[in-house]
Design a protein around this ligand. Sequence first.
Ligand SMILES: Cc1cc2nc3c(=O)[nH]c(=O)nc-3n(C[C@H](O)[C@H](O)[C@H](O)COP(=O)(O)OP(=O)(O)OC[C@H]3O[C@@H](n4cnc5c(N)ncnc54)[C@H](O)[C@@H]3O)c2cc1C
Length: 418
Amino acid sequence: MTRYDAVIIGGGPAGLSAALKLREKGFNPLVIESGDRIGGIPFQCIHPGFGLHYLGEDLTGTEFIQRIIDKVEDQGIEYRIRSHVVKIIYSKNRYPYKMIEAISPHGFLEVEAPIIIYTAGARERTLFEIGVTGRRLSGVFTAGEAQAYMDVYGILPGSRIVIIGSGDVGLIMARRFALEGAKVEAVIEMMPWPGGLTRNIVQCLMDYDIPLLLGRMAIRLEGKRRVEGVITIRVDEDLKPIPGSEEYIECDTVVVSAGLIPNVRLLEEMGLAMDPSTRGPIVDDYLESITHHGIFIAGNSLVVNDLVDYVVEQGESAAESASILLSEGVKPRSYVRIARGRNIRFAIPQYISCERDVVLYMRVQKPEYDVRICFEEISKEFRYPVVRPGEMIRLILRKDDLTFLKGLDRLSVEVRRI
Ligand SMILES: Cc1cc2nc3c(=O)[nH]c(=O)nc-3n(C[C@H](O)[C@H](O)[C@H](O)COP(=O)(O)OP(=O)(O)OC[C@H]3O[C@@H](n4cnc5c(N)ncnc54)[C@H](O)[C@@H]3O)c2cc1C
C-alpha cells in the first residue's frame, strides 16, 4: 500500500489549492478525482465572475481553474483522475493512518495517509427532493447537467425553458440559455426574495428581460413523453400553497436549480458529527472535524459557497492546518462554541480554539437593511448596509479580541438593526 503525507479527495478548486499549499510547506499529497480531469465545477463555467477577490481579476471559471491546474502541473503534484473514492477507513488500530479505497478503470486503488483533506464538492438537489409531482418526463435537467451539455459538449437541451430556483446557478443558466437563443419563460422562486447574488439578478435576468416569479413554487410537470409545461402555485408567508392561484407555463425543458447540498456521504458513513444547518461536518477553526482527528474539510463539502475565492481560501487554510499537525503533532485544544442568534442561519467554523485569528463564514435567514452583526461576549460588531441569504458573509475575528473569551464556553452572534 502506498503512503502519502495527505490524501485529498476531490480535485476541484478546494482540493487543488489545498494540494498546492501542502506542497509549498514541503509535503507530498495525492489528489484523487473521480472526473475525467482535475478542475471541478469551474471547468464547465464559461461565464465570468471567478477570482475577483483571490486574484483581483474577473476571469471565467475555465480560465480561473486553468491557472490553478498549471501550478499543480508545474509543482509535479501527483493526482489520479477517473478514480472514485468509495470508502475511508478510520480505525484506531491504524492510528494515525487512514485508508482510502477508490475504484478506477485501472483497478482498485488503496492508499493511506495520516491526513485526509475532504473536498468532494456538493451535489444538486433533484426534482424529487423539492416535491414536484408528475410523470418521469424527458426534458428535465439539473442546472449543472444543463451547463455541462451546453458548455462542455455544445448541446442545447431545449428551446422554451423554465428554471426552478433563483440561486446563482439558476440565474447563470438563464443567461446562458438566452445567449444561445432559447426562450427562458420564467425563473420560479418560492421565497419572497431571490436566492442569488445581486450582481447575478441584474446581469443574468434584468439585462435579458427574463421574468422572475417570486413567492411561487412549481408543483407539477405536465406532458406525455417530454415535458410540455409546469404548474406553479403562489405560496403564503409560511410557504404554504394558496389554493386557486395555480398557473400553467408552457415549456419544453425544465431546469432544476434548487440548491446544492454538501457531498458528504463518505463522511457520514465514517460517523463524523454533522451540522443540520449546513448539512456539512462540524469543524473547528483549523477546519478539522470536531470528532475525527486528521480529517480536514474545505470548499462546498464544508459549506455551500457562492464564490470560488472562499473555496480556495478554505482549501489553503485546511492544508495549512494539516501541515501544522504533520510537523508539530497533536496538541490538546479547548473550544468555544459559536452560538447562533437572531437571523443567523449558520456559522462556520462551529467551534473556535481562540489560539489564532478566525475567518468566519455565515449566512442570514432573511434579508435586512442597515444592520450590525454583534458578537456579545467580546463586545465586537460589524456594520452592513444589507445582508441577504444569497450572499455569504465573511468576516475575521482577531486573536486579541478572542482572549476575552477565557473561561467562557460560547461566543454568541446575532444580527441587530442599527
Ligand atoms: C453553475 C455554477 C456557476 C458558478 N458560478 C460562479 C461564479 O460566477 N463565481 C464564483 O466564484 N463561483 C461560482 N460557482 C461556484 C464554484 O464553482 C464552486 O464554489 C466551486 O467549484 C466549489 O469548489 P469545490 O472544490 O468545493 O467543489 P467542486 O468544484 O464541485 O469539485 C469537487 C470535485 O470532487 C470530485 N469528487 C466528488 N466526489 C468524489 C469522490 N468520491 N472521489 C473522488 N473525487 C470526487 C468531483 O468530481 C469534483 O471534481 C459556480 C458554481 C456553479 C455550479
